[in-house]
Ligand binder design. Structure first.
Ligand code: AMP
Ligand code: GLY
Length: 413
């Protein structure tokens, strides 16, 4: 079968790598892909990104299955358009993708279906929002309603910070339309966890848990990034935590999807906060997480393509999703200066599949690999336990190098 994977990051590299292992797959196109994805068996890049061109391509090439990495095309309706043309595609409809595309929609959904989440209020008027933050106890969290490339959340320690966050978002329009409406939310103290799950609308199956490392510096300090590493499973996800998650978050979410008649055959990402009062849902993403996918897929024992097909045919209840025992760690190598200004175009040495690499900001030129982004690549390691997974991930990273390579030294530690 022919597969099309939409996206260009480390997550998409991991998806292509995993799907290429399926005996059913003959060819994978990644659009637009990156220079590293092409080192995988069966994979090549196609330089297109807009939904209409992707659809023309899928029809022309007789693509049997499309898998979408990032949220934007899902929110823009790629699934509805492909299905309308008779193409099989894995992901939620645009209406279902509102669970990520609008924080107000998703918080209202959580409230309606009794899903445990932080207290909140929604505003489309700055005066009302400013009045409300006068009455809050601090810290509070201000969130842009729409998609803001992961930058729409501000934790405000005091009233002054809340006022500036509201002004930036609603008046200065720093999120380019996405922050005209906002949520003001109770601050939750705890440990974060990410759980991906697959659904066909009738059944929902959680994946092994994982943990992102968002800040740039060791110890979780400094500005947020797109993720500097991930581990799976998440050591804080005890049996009790997982049970609490299933009862109070995952199953009520499935019920909400059914009651709202959302067409959802795809992955749901639950961004969780484990607190002393139980597990809370911070957010939904309607796709796989990055970098979590890079630590989760290496542990998936089942054929990923079979899993996707079971979801698309509504037969997930018969699917036995299996995982390798042990753990996986992935460590991201970034360009010096990231997440602020950085240079690109440096040659990467040791760029080989046997070093367990997933590429993100990598360009291939005549067999030479060069940096082309902030997060350049990651290496992963698997092992019987987290400690050995971490050791192998860092051993693999030592075999790779480029000028200005920066990575955190404490992933999974
Ligand atoms: P979100 O996009 O909603 O996941 O928020 C991004 C990040 O902001 C989360 O991963 C948390 O680190 C933090 N965050 C979001 N909401 C809250 C909250 N209510 N309390 C504490 N931290 C939060
Ligand atoms: N790692 C969080 C995300 O993918 O949004």
């Amino acid at each position: 079968m022919k597969v099309l994977v939409v996206g260009s990051g480390g997550r998409e590299h991991a998806i292509c790598w995993k799907m290429a292992q399926s005996p059913e797959v003959d060819k994978i196109f990644c659009a637009p892909g990156n220079g590293g994805i092409e080192i995988e068996d069966k994979c090549s890049n196609v330089n297109i990104t807009d939904i209409c061109s992707l659809m023309d391509f899928a029809l022309r090439e007789k693509v049997d299955l499309t898998v979408v990495g990032p949220e934007n095309p899902l929110v823009e309706g790629i699934v509805d358009k492909f299905r309308g043309s008779g193409l099989d595609i894995f992901g939620p409809s645009s209406k279902a993708a509102m669970l990520e595309g609008s924080k107000i929609y998703s918080k209202n959904f959580m409230k309606k279906y009794g899903i445990r989440t932080a207290e909140y209020a929604a505003f489309d008027n700055i005066d009302n929002a400013l009045k409300y933050v006068e009455t809050c106890s601090y810290p509070v969290v201000v969130k842009a309603d729409g998609l803001a490339a992961g930058k729409g959340v501000t934790i405000c320690k005091n009233h002054g910070e809340a006022e500036s966050a509201l002004n930036d978002s609603m008046i200065k329009d720093v999120f380019k339309g996405a922050g005209k409406k906002v949520i003001v939310e109770e601050f939750l103290q705890g440990v974060e966890a990410s759980i991906l799950a697959v659904t066909d609308g009738n059944t929902i199956i959680p994946f092994i848990s994982s943990k992102d490392h968002k800040q740039i510096y060791d110890g979780g300090i400094g500005p947020n990034t797109g993720g500097m590493g991930a581990i799976a499973p998440n050591p804080y996800c005890s049996r009790e935590v997982l049970q609490d998650f299933k009862e109070n978050i995952m199953l009520p979410t499935l019920m909400g999807i059914q009651q709202e008649i959302l067409d959802y055959k795809g992955i749901i990402f639950f961004g969780l906060m484990i607190t002393k009062k139980g597990v809370y849902l911070l957010e939904y993403n309607v796709r796989m997480g990055d970098p979590e996918t890079q630590a989760v897929l290496p542990l998936m024992k089942s054929d990923f393509v079979d899993l996707i097909q079971a979801s698309l045919s509504g037969k997930l209840s018969d699917f036995n999703l299996e995982w390798e025992k042990g753990a996986c760690c992935c460590v991201v190598a970034a360009s010096k200066g990231y997440p602020a200004k950085y240079e690109t175009g440096f040659e990467i040495s040791g760029f080989k599949r046997e070093n367990n690499i997933f590429a993100a900001g990598v360009k291939g030129e005549d067999g030479v690999f060069k940096t082309s982004g902030g997060r350049v690549l990651s290496t992963y390691g698997t092992g019987g336990n987290l400690k050995s997974a971490v050791k192998y991930a860092y051993e693999n990273l030592k075999k790779v190098n480029f000028k200005g390579m920066y990575f955190r030294k404490d992933i999974g530690k």
